[in-house]
Ligand binder design. Structure first.
Ligand code: PAF
Length: 279
């Protein structure tokens, strides 16, 4: 596995690979890798000649300085995990390498970012749009892989790829869960043992709400169920629960079979977790 810290060295290497006719799959990450990331790498490996994983904690997408400060940084362990699944290339640039000057560029994803993460984390998707565009330009992958856990991010990146005509295939891969249902996330390692014990309540609430909607009951009932369920669990503070149209991510009042996304964001202490199911 090759590790590059500069854009030029990575690009020189990738140029030589493309001359050999090798296709490139790309998994952008912020490190603190878990099995969910590794499954994206494995999918990319099964579909491409070469897989590149970027590890960069992108400062422009954090609206909360505390969240950026405590975001886990575990490059050495990440590289070991990547090596164990046969990742070919790691790109781990410094902030100075990625942002010699901070871009003034502003992305506005319209209605897509007026809800949920965009509403509660102002500027977040601008930062995601900037860094993902830069990474796509640097790596020029044939295919890129993202996890469904970040559903709204997937929708924003899908839009970005279309609007800026990136010539790549976007792949959205299923959320991986721990045995108790908790969605895998780099942030899980910031949970205390007690918080970790209680965190699966988030997925349980999503499952409960999906049962309510599928049995024909109202969205109000599903919402009040989620709010009651989570307020009964020690240390969970619900930020939002949305019932949304899966395509547009706009709130809906009734269940559309196969097209309904249930999305949650909740705090456990200072750790913010998100999760979703499509029903
Ligand atoms: O999902 C993430 O880890 C990040 O938002 C991404 C896509 C790597 C951009 O920094």
């Amino acid at each position: 596995m090759q590790i590059f810290h500069t854009i030029t060295s990575l690009q020189n290497f990738l140029k030589s690979q493309r001359l050999l006719g090798h296709s490139v799959g790309f998994v952008p990450t912020m490190g603190a890798l878990h099995q969910g990331h590794l499954s994206l790498i494995e999918t990319s490996k099964s579909q491409n000649d070469l897989t590149v994983c970027s590890i960069f904690v992108n400062p422009t997408q954090f609206n909360n300085p505390h969240d950026l400060a405590v975001y886990p940084r575990t490059l050495e362990a990440d590289c070991e995990m990547l090596e164990s699944v046969g990742c070919d290339v790691v790109f781990a640039p410094s902030a100075e390498e990625m942002y010699p000057t901070l871009p003034n560029l502003k992305f506005d994803f319209g209605d897509l970012e007026r809800v949920m993460e965009g509403q509660f984390r102002p500027g977040h998707f601008n930062g995601v749009g900037i860094v993902v565009s830069k990474l796509f330009n640097i790596v020029q992958p044939d295919a890129a892989y993202f996890g469904q856990k970040d559903l709204q991010q997937c929708a924003v990146i899908n839009r970005l790829v279309k609007d800026l005509s990136f010539s790549l295939k976007l792949n959205i891969c299923p959320t991986l869960r721990e045995k108790d249902g908790l969605a895998m996330s780099s942030r899980n390692r910031n949970l205390s043992p007690e918080q970790r014990l209680n965190a699966p309540a988030i997925y349980k609430a999503l499952q409960g709400a999906s049962g309510i909607l599928k049995s024909g009951e109202s969205s109000e009932k599903a919402k009040s169920f989620v709010s009651k369920q989570l307020s009964a669990v020690d240390g969970i503070e619900l930020e939002y629960f949305e019932i949304s149209n899966f395509d547009t991510l706009q709130p809906i009042d009734e269940y559309l079979e196969g097209k309904t996304a249930l999305c949650i964001a909740a705090f456990m202490g200072k750790t913010r977790l998100i999760d979703n199911v499509i029903i």
